[in-house]
Ligand binder design. Structure first.
Ligand SMILES: C[S@@+](CC[C@H](N)C(=O)[O-])C[C@H]1O[C@@H](n2cnc3c(N)ncnc32)[C@H](O)[C@@H]1O
Length: 257
């Protein structure tokens, strides 16, 4: 029997990343990371592992991707095979708090997935506990570009407290003894590209599959999300990548690779 198509898998099929980030920004950042062949990288809520795979390719290092969704892990596995990176990538299908880590990492990442750990600050705290001395954190997090209006929040059942401002995300990190050393805000062009492809992929799928059992539900969800994005989201919500280092012991020379 065919596996039921899931909303997120269908909607993401034209997208390179599972979050509204720029591939160019990632490709410019990667060579600046202080990693090498021996480095170990952890990706929490890794999705298809696109960012992690680019890091593994660049440095020849190895990494672990953790996600609860077998569909995205299957894509990650296939992409790793195609790029001859299978031996460098371990995939764990578990909720992040159920994983027992026996090691620490040179870079821990959580992009568009802080909800895996609870709140944004929980994700930073958790990633910090898994860092080697001098390790870095790469976080991708939403923020309010302006206060959201109630109609927008109601459209997707969101709450104002769920996100902070762009700098609010940095201030919360300060409270956890983390200091930002690089950041990149997603441009309007990338937001439009992400949300447009998310909507278009679903619209095309439904047009090609008029007998799909969840047709009405998926159509309604996709339409209402995109309409809310066009009405309010694109001017209200932002997304940014932040690279953090710990604010203590960070003047010591690196002793581990
Ligand atoms: C928005 S996607 C981001 C994927 C990827 N980081 C990216 O930017 O392309 C969030 C991912 O978190 C995963 N996820 C949700 N809850 C999780 C949990 N408790 N533990 C691990 N992964 C989780 C989802 O399955 C999904 O793949």
């Amino acid at each position: 029997m065919a596996k039921p198509a899931k909303f997120s898998s269908i909607a993401h099929r034209f997208l390179t990343f599972g979050s509204p980030i720029s591939g160019q920004a990632i490709d410019k950042l990667i060579p600046l990371l202080p990693l090498n062949e021996q480095s170990r990288v952890l990706d929490i809520g890794c999705g298809n592992c696109e960012v992690l795979l680019r890091i593994l390719k660049h440095f020849g290092c190895s990494g672990v991707g953790v996600d609860i969704n077998e569909d995205v892990l299957a894509i990650a596995r296939k992409n790793a095979e195609q790029r001859s990176l299978s031996e460098q990538l371990s995939l764990v299908k578990e909720a992040i708090y159920d994983v027992e880590f026996q090691e620490s990492f040179d870079l821990t990442m959580c992009i568009g997935a802080s909800h895996c750990c609870g709140k944004y600050e929980d994700s930073l705290r958790f990633m910090k506990t898994l860092l080697k001395p001098q390790g870095l954190i790469l976080s991708g997090e939403g923020f309010w570009r302006r206060p959201p209006n109630q109609a927008y929040l109601d459209s997707f059942g969101g709450r104002r407290e769920e996100l902070h401002s762009f700098y609010g995300n940095v201030e919360l990190a300060h409270g956890i003894q983390l200091s930002a050393i690089w950041s990149h805000e997603t441009s309007d062009e990338h937001w439009d590209d992400y949300e447009g492809k998310y909507r278009l992929a679903m619209a095309r799928f439904l047009a090609e599959n008029p007998d799909f059992p969840q047709y009405e539900d998926y159509m309604q969800r996709s339409k209402s999300w995109y309409d809310a994005y066009l009405a309010w989201g694109r001017s209200t919500m932002g997304f940014a990548l932040y690279l953090f280092q710990t604010t203590h012991n960070n003047t010591k020379p690196r002793t581990t690779p």
